[in-house]
Design a protein. Structure first.
Length: 161
């Protein structure tokens, strides 16, 4: 049996998939363009997964591999082993296959989701402040610090595989 294979754009959108991948994803070829790399993760982690992908796509390693939990459309989570590589045109080819029980949820992903939520809440608060508000400077500094910490965690997670 051929390994599942997908082709992804640098922004994480699915460009193509073989029949094995479509079967594991539980989608049709016609549905493929409705999904991105975050679509097969729990809803609470989708923003983090997509942002981590975008960081990885622009500054991360050319090749990565590992095991993760995959959430097929309408089906139970499954463990997969994956390998991906960045092509010369900036797109990615990812191959994957079933790999036993899903690994336990990563605490770092949960922390990243919490940090991202904090950044977004602070940005929302910032929008409501007048330009001359003394609170604005503190909030901008908090946002910058959270973004920096978030980016460091994403890069560390990418490098650790």
């Amino acid at each position: 049996m051929e390994r599942a294979r997908v082709h992804l754009s640098p922004d994480g959108r699915y460009l193509d998939a073989n029949d094995e991948a479509l079967g594991l994803m539980n989608i049709s070829r016609d549905e493929l363009d409705q999904f991105d790399v975050s679509s097969f993760t729990p809803p609470e982690y989708r923003d983090v997964v997509l942002e981590a992908w975008l960081v990885r796509a622009t500054t991360g390693p050319i090749r990565t591999s590992g095991k993760t939990t995959f959430y097929p459309k309408g089906g139970p989570p499954v463990g997969i082993a994956y390998e991906d590589s960045r092509e010369p045109d900036g797109t990615f080819v990812v191959t994957f296959e079933l790999a036993g029980d899903p690994p336990p949820p990563s605490s770092s992903v949960a922390l990243l989701a919490l940090m991202l939520r904090g950044i977004r809440e602070a940005e929302h608060q910032l929008e409501g402040l007048p330009a001359d508000s003394p609170e604005r400077t503190r909030l901008e500094a908090d946002i910058a610090g959270l973004r920096y910490a978030y980016e460091l965690m994403v890069r560390s997670r990418i490098q650790s595989g």
